[in-house]
Design a protein around this ligand. Structure first.
Ligand SMILES: Cc1cc2nc3c(=O)[nH]c(=O)nc-3n(C[C@H](O)[C@H](O)[C@H](O)COP(=O)(O)O)c2cc1C
Length: 186
């Protein structure tokens, strides 16, 4: 075993005082649970609780990811903004499928949201651009606000004993099907 292996092994993992995901009483709408967990992360003082890993697919099928900030959440979906001509912008234009992965380490919570990206209006995109700290008064036609329209959520609540709780929601027409995902301890 390498020295790095030994160092990594000794790093602390999950603490004992983690919240519990009450699956029986979980909301029927996953957005409600997602907003509750995001609120908890904001209230806990976590740094950049609205940052997540955003994965897209290249034309050759290679998955690629980077960090993005969530701008808003509403009936359109989960909003992010970026340059339309960026690599991710081009990937979205060619393939709408995307995944957002949130990790709030303080509470041992992870949420994966998978769906399709839609472009929001030019007006909304410019309003977002104008609200940015770097805005100098010039419009930016390359700036694009997108929304991820969720088709699937997976909520994971870590446990110190590694018997993590995973709750999956899948869109079924207008409703959501939900179920526990078996998690082997590891
Ligand atoms: C904490 C954090 C937040 C970021 N937020 C954004 C963002 O909201 N929009 C954005 O375009 N890039 C953001 N970035 C930069 C992206 O991760 C990425 O490097 C950049 O957008 C280029 O990605 P691409 O080449 O895949 O298009 C952020 C990076 C970090 C570390």
């Amino acid at each position: 075993m390498s020295e790095l292996f030994e160092r990594l092994r000794t790093l602390p993992a999950f603490p004992a005082d983690l919240p519990v995901l009450d699956v029986e009483h979980a909301p029927a709408d996953p957005e409600a649970l997602f907003l509750q967990w995001l609120d908890d992360a904001i209230d806990s003082g976590a740094r950049q609780p609205h940052a997540m890993t955003f994965a897209t697919v290249r034309p050759d099928g290679t998955p690629v990811a980077r960090t993005l900030i969530v701008e808003d959440i509403d009936a359109d979906g989960i909003h992010v903004s970026t340059h339309r001509t960026s690599r991710k912008g081009q990937e979205i234009a060619a393939d709408q499928r995307a995944t957002m992965l949130f990790f709030w380490r303080e509470s041992g919570r992870q949420v994966r949201v998978t769906g399709r990206m839609v472009e929001l209006s030019d007006e909304a995109s410019q309003r977002d651009w104008e609200a940015r700290p770097s805005y100098t008064g010039e419009p930016n036609p390359d700036w694009q606000l997108y929304a991820l329209v969720p088709e699937e959520y997976e909520f994971m609540q870590a446990r110190e004993d590694r018997h993590h709780t995973r709750l999956d929601y899948r869109r079924d027409g207008m409703a959501w099907e939900r179920g526990l995902v078996p998690t082997p301890a590891g």
